[in-house]
Every structure is written in C-alpha cells, then in structure tokens.
Design a protein around this ligand. Structure first.
Ligand SMILES: [Zn+2]
Length: 247
C-alpha cells in the first residue's frame, strides 16, 4: 500500500457519483493533487467536518495504480479557518489565492515554500488581516516562487545598477525596472518610489512570517497594485476569474 499522511489545504470539492467527492488538495510534499473521497458526502466518521473548502487537514491518501486520482482514506481537521468565510472580501481573496496557486503550480508540481505561503496567508487572513495588503504580499511572493520575480536590481535600458535612490518605472514586457533617464512613467509603465522598491524586494524574497514586521504603507500599496496587475496579466496571459470579486 502506497499510503501517505500529509497536511493538506482543500482547494476544490465536487460531487462525484452518488455519494463520493472529488477533492483537489495542496500538499507540502507533492504539490497539488486530486483524489476521490469514497462515501465522502455521507461518512462523518472518516471525513468529519474536514472536507470543506480552504480547510487545513491532515489527510491520509493512497495513490491509485493508473491515472492521477488518489484514494482519500480519512482526514483530521487541523484548522478550518472560519475567518476566511466570514465576509465577502475574505472569501474572495481566499478563492483568488487558490486560483493563483493552481495557475502557478500545475498538478504534481511540488514547492514546499508555496504550501507554507498559502497556509500562512490563510492564517493571517483568518485573523482579519487587511485584504489589500495581504493580496499584494501573496501575489509578490507567489509570482516569485512561480518563477516570475520582478528584477529590481538594474535598469533594463542602460544597465545601471539600482542603488535605491530616485523613482524607477516598471517594464511589463521584461518584468524589470528602468531608470527615469531611459523611460517615462505612464499607465503601462507605472512608477515606483525608492521605499516601494525596497519593500517589494523584501516581500518577493522573504517567507511570510517576516513580512509582517515590515508592513506596506498605503502609498506603497497604491504604487505596487498597478505593477502587479500588469505583471500578472502579461506573465500569466489571462486575468484571474476571481479577480473581479476583489475590485
Ligand atoms: Zn537606465
């Protein structure tokens, strides 16, 4: 028997057959997986209260011989994150975080740091963190982990290293910055102040736990927002379905 027990975040649930559930879940060890919970719609014993959207559970599952569907044996609830469902904006942001994770990490692609990011983002959101700040912290770190980190080290035009002084502009087509001698600020090349660049550098490369020590100011949020909107649309090549609920 190829049985595994692992902490997992429930990403999607669908009714399957008469009494089963088709569950998509995210694990630290094996990334995003899909499995069938036999009798999941009825069995309160094996799946008591833990096959719910966004829940963090300890999941026991077994790899099926053919195909990518696992058998879910049982699960134990670790954290139901009730705060994620307490209001529309928290619910929308949690759904958005799940969607972005699915896009950046296809089935079976493992990234322990991404699991920690999603878990910690849910913990913070559950405690009632500011959704606009949380969204940016999550987007910046998730995009970096997914291989789309914005290069803030030097100007893409003249190659001059950015020493942390003066404004720069973001260049969507390359995912980099340019100095004000090489480029002008515009709607498709939004500007960033030096403090914002510094903050962005930190949130792209620091695990979640330390990010809380250096919160973003309102000014930084208003500068970073358009940058990530452009960056994500360009790199992911689509607008997230759940994004419209966050406006
Ligand atoms: Zn330059």
């Amino acid at each position: 028997m190829n049985t595994h027990i692992s902490p997992a975040i429930i990403m999607r649930i669908k009714e399957f057959g008469e009494s089963d559930l088709l569950v998509t879940f995210f694990t630290s060890e094996r990334g995003r997986l899909k499995g069938v919970a036999k009798g999941g719609r009825k069995s309160q014993k094996r799946f008591a209260n833990c096959l719910d959207l966004f829940c963090l559970t300890s999941l026991e599952y077994e790899l099926k011989r053919k195909g990518d569907l696992h058998f879910l044996h049982s699960c134990k609830l670790i954290n139901p994150f009730p705060g994620l469902r307490s209001d529309f904006s928290s619910l929308s942001l949690a759904s958005y975080m799940i969607e972005l994770t699915e896009i950046l990490f296809p089935l079976g692609v493992t990234d322990k740091e991404m699991f920690e990011l999603l878990k910690n983002a849910f913990l913070t959101l559950n405690e009632g963190g500011r959704t606009d700040t949380l969204r940016i912290l999550f987007e910046a770190r998730a995009m970096a982990l997914g291989g789309y980190k914005i290069n803030l080290d030097k100007c893409c035009g003249c190659g001059r290293p950015y020493a942390g002084e003066g404004r720069v502009v973001f260049k969507r087509s390359k995912g980099v910055i340019a100095c004000m001698k090489c480029e002008q600020e515009s709607k498709i090349s939004p500007g960033l102040g030096p403090d914002t660049v510094k903050a962005l550098r930190i949130i792209q490369s620091t695990p979640w736990s330390k990010v809380e020590d250096s919160p973003l100011t309102d000014e930084m949020i208003s500068e970073i927002k358009p940058v990530f909107k452009l960056h994500m649309e360009y790199r992911i090549d689509r607008r997230l379905k759940t994004a419209k609920y966050l406006e």
